[in-house]
Design a binder for this molecule. Structure first.
Ligand code: DC
Length: 232
């Protein structure tokens, strides 16, 4: 495995903003695994499949090919050859992603792809199961969290900055519901890995969080560098 930083945590904790920043500073690629689940969510939403129809979802999951590419340093997500990046950050895609991510067929397919990518590239990967399932041997594991109110405020700011409407109460309710589903599903529930560092971002700036994670990463790299020198 190449170098890897795993960042897990609930929706709106700041994972993607922080992970992107760290990836840039450490010259690694940023892998947003939530976007891959959102692409699958979009696939079933477009097909009109009910989220509780596990049998159909399990069967059709094999026909959805999700792949990622980097254009101008930015992650682009392809669904059966179509660039769907622009359609992924809506509440519908997010809710559908959360609903279909409970099915093992969906998870297995995406986890395999994420592991393949991390085997050949230095990655900062964020999601729900990165430290526990996808990259259990990651160099650094971070569990990012923040209060539901702060997370709802951040989600609204994000939606508004893209010209989309936002109902704060509704967004906070969605976050609470999604947290419950993500932490209670049988397959790879969201939980902090035993060796992950917990970082509550409610009262921290983006730069403070990014600097803290980079510091942890460098501290972990240092003992290895010393050993190498001694051996030389
Ligand atoms: O991080 P996000 O909000 O873009 O993720 C959308 C949904 O995808 C989230 O509710 C849970 C699911 N997900 C997952 O189950 N495992 C991951 N590694 C990433 C996301």
């Amino acid at each position: 495995m190449a170098a890897a930083i795993a960042i897990d945590g609930p929706a709106g904790a700041g994972k993607s903003t922080i992970a992107k920043k760290i990836a840039q500073q450490l010259n690694m690629i940023y892998v947003d695994t939530g976007a891959m689940y959102r692409a699958i969510g979009l696939y079933f939403h477009r097909l009109g499949v009910a989220p509780e129809d596990g049998e159909t979802i399990g069967r059709l999951a094999q026909q959805a090919e999700v792949s990622i590419a980097y254009e101008g340093g930015k992650q682009q997500v392809y669904l059966n050859g179509e660039n769907v990046t622009a359609f992924l950050r809506t509440e519908e895609a997010g809710n559908m992603a959360s609903a279909v991510s409970v099915y093992p067929q969906v998870r297995q397919m995406l986890v395999r792809q994420q592991q393949k990518l991390a085997a050949v590239r230095d990655v900062v990967m964020d999601g729900r199961d990165i430290g526990t399932v996808v990259l259990p041997k990651a160099d650094v594991k971070i569990f990012l969290t923040a209060s539901t109110r702060v997370r709802a405020e951040r989600r609204c700011e994000d939606l508004k900055s893209r010209g989309l409407p936002c109902d704060m109460e509704l967004v906070e309710k969605d976050i609470i519901d999604r947290d419950w589903r993500d932490t209670h599903r049988a397959e790879s529930p969201l939980r902090q890995a035993e060796d992950a560092v917990l970082v509550d971002t409610s009262d921290m700036t983006i730069d403070q969080v990014a600097d803290r994670i980079i510091e942890i990463y460098r501290e972990r790299q240092r003992p290895a560098a010393k050993t190498e020198k001694k051996e030389a």
